[in-house]
Design a protein. Structure first.
Length: 570
């Protein structure tokens, strides 16, 4: 057996896809000033909840390993981003009244948050996983969908500080024993109502799940660990069409979603990836090819990830895909994708070439220097407001036993920050980005938003078995910025699926309004653009989810701009 055959055998003897890729040599640092500093203020901000996800000493089953998502949202429409955190459970259960629940924190506007979970009606317990947010009835209030191992939950925002569980009435609970993971709202048929797409990680059955070390896919480098995902039943995906009357119908089969089989699905994103004006779907999959459901503009989808270059890595190998970031990192007007993967592998930086075709530019971009981490949540965010989107990635291994071993791999890892150099390349500036980046945690979900409206992007992070992290961007710089909030009228009110182009200082930047990204998490729906030294935006162009294009006049920098559909120039 040749070297490639030996490597392949080692990979397939493990429960998760990895190729033991070595780190690429680090280039010399640019030496440019980096005015970015993240400080974890979760404790002083009042975020005192604790995440539960099985045992934190060892994971007996894979259900304990994947953690959950987090979200920025403005549930009370006061202009301040509130926080929602999805919680898990443990296999042995809890005494009555002591089970952990999801948490909603209201932003008080002074750097502190208040836990309003119970008064808001969101104190559900169970094995929560992902979250997505959108206004399903176009009443101006953000609604919540939360995925579970078990029935999922749809919460309607009443607009009075409370949510009502309408899951059963809406018909979106899903099968009672399904392990759902990701979700995203999407108006796939452009009727002005948000539909719902839900991914299932696998058909997990505790009664049938093998014990650690009992098969070749239950080992990690000779150490017995929980089994999977390989060797366990595959997951599925479901598309629910919004009827516009508070109910949804399962259209998965007729839409072509169920024609694809054999995958372990995590994060789902809805964005127009082929630039035809219709919103598509991309799904990060674990140890199986990732999926690109192209919107056929007739109520159906076709899966074309392999043909378009975003199913595998640059060498055609399956990967342990976890999270997805969407953005235009090279400012060429086309959306790009960043996908995080398992340890021993590089992330994917899928650069959009136009027409829905992509190339993996991870090596060219300099992002192959840290393959030692299991990457989860990630986002494109212009941290220094220079007009180029940087990258933040949170990490954490899945085997707690590694912290007791003598090897270099550990369960708790630092975060990563990559600066966009503006020439298609990134540099690792993690060590320069403040104490919040260097903290070692086993993190999963991450959401990106500006909770104090100061024009700097903050990060909310889920940490396994610990309190969340709220990485407050306390850096200082002279660059300008602008935030764009969209309000649909003929399109869905959340404007999910819209594409915004900002022209300023001779540069065009593009970004999309998403329903979910990172790792099963929800970002601030207001789009943030750094402007560099430009003190003004010349114009803003919006392509709404229904395909209509509007131009809006220029505005001064360093402010939030609300753009309502129909109020601009056609």
């Amino acid at each position: 057996m040749g070297a490639l055959g030996v490597a392949a055998a080692l990979v397939w003897a493990q429960g998760v896809a990895t190729r033991n890729a070595p780190p690429v040599a680090r280039p010399a640092p640019s030496g440019r000033p980096w005015p970015v500093s993240f400080v974890d203020i979760a404790k002083s901000a009042g975020l005192d909840m604790r995440f539960a996800s099985g045992s934190e000493v060892s994971k007996k089953y894979i259900i304990e390993a994947n953690g959950s998502g987090v979200a920025f949202l403005d549930y009370d429409n006061d202009g301040l981003q509130d926080l929602f955190l999805v919680n898990g459970s443990r296999l042995e259960g809890y005494p009555e009244g002591q089970a952990p629940a999801n948490h909603l924190y209201r932003n008080l506007g002074d750097g502190r948050f208040r836990d309003v979970t119970r008064e808001a009606g969101l104190a559900r317990t169970g094995w929560g996983n992902g979250v997505c947010i959108g206004d399903i009835d176009n009443d101006g209030n953000e609604d919540l969908y939360v995925t579970y191992w078990g029935p999922n939950a749809l919460y309607r925002n009443t607009g009075k500080g409370q949510f009502t569980d309408i899951t059963d009435a809406a018909g979106v609970a899903g099968p009672p024993a399904e392990w759902s993971s990701g979700c995203t709202f999407i108006d796939y048929d452009r009727d002005g109502y948000l539909d719902l797409f839900v991914t299932s990680y696998q058909g997990f059955d505790l009664a049938k799940a093998p014990l650690p070390g009992k098969a070749s896919n239950c080992e990690w480098k000779g150490m017995p660990v929980f089994c999977g995902p390989r060797g366990l039943p595959f997951g599925t995906a479901t598309l629910y069409r919004n009827r516009g009357d508070g109910t949804f119908e399962d259209v998965s089969k007729q839409a072509g979603i169920r024609s694809v089989e054999g995958y372990y699905a995590f994060t789902a994103v809805a964005a127009d990836l082929n630039q035809d004006g219709w919103t598509d779907l991309y799904v990060a999959c674990d140890s199986t090819p990732s999926l690109f459901f192209r919107n056929n503009r007739n109520g159906t989808f076709t899966e074309i990830a392999t043909e378009t270059g975003i199913a595998f890595n640059e060498h055609g190998f399956e990967q342990g895909g976890m999270g997805i970031a969407v953005g235009d990192y090279d400012n060429d007007g086309r959306l790009d994708l960043l996908k995080t993967n398992f340890t021993g592998d590089y992330p994917n930086l899928y650069r959009g070439l136009g027409g829905g075709i992509f190339e993996d530019a991870v090596l060219k971009a300099g992002l192959a220097i840290n393959p030692q981490y299991v990457g989860w949540g990630a986002g494109f965010a212009d941290l220094d407001n220079d007009g180029w989107k940087d990258i933040v990635q949170v990490n954490g291994h899945v085997y707690p036993e590694l912290d007791q071993s003598k090897g270099q791999e550990k369960y708790r890892n630092p975060r990563l920050v990559y600066r966009n150099l503006g020439n298609g390349k990134f540099e690792d500036v993690s060590a320069l980005s403040g104490p919040g980046v260097g903290e070692r945690r086993s993190s999963r979900g991450a959401a990106f938003g500006d909770f104090d409206n100061d024009g700097r992007v903050d990060v909310l992070v889920m940490n396994m078995g610990e309190e969340p992290a709220l990485l407050h961007h306390q850096g200082h710089g002279a660059n300008h910025w602008i935030k764009v909030k969209l309000r649909g009228t003929r399109s869905n009110r959340s404007a999910i699926g819209a594409l915004v182009t900002v022209e300023s200082g001779g540069r065009k930047q593009v970004d999309a309004v998403l329903g979910q990204s990172s790792y099963v998490s929800q970002n601030d729906s207001r789009l943030h653009f750094g402007l560099g030294q430009a003190a003004r935006v010349e114009r803003i162009v919006v392509r709404w989810p229904n395909g209509a294009v509007e131009e809006f006049p220029g505005v001064a920098a360093d402010r939030l701009v609300l753009l309502e559909e129909g109020s601009g120039a056609k």
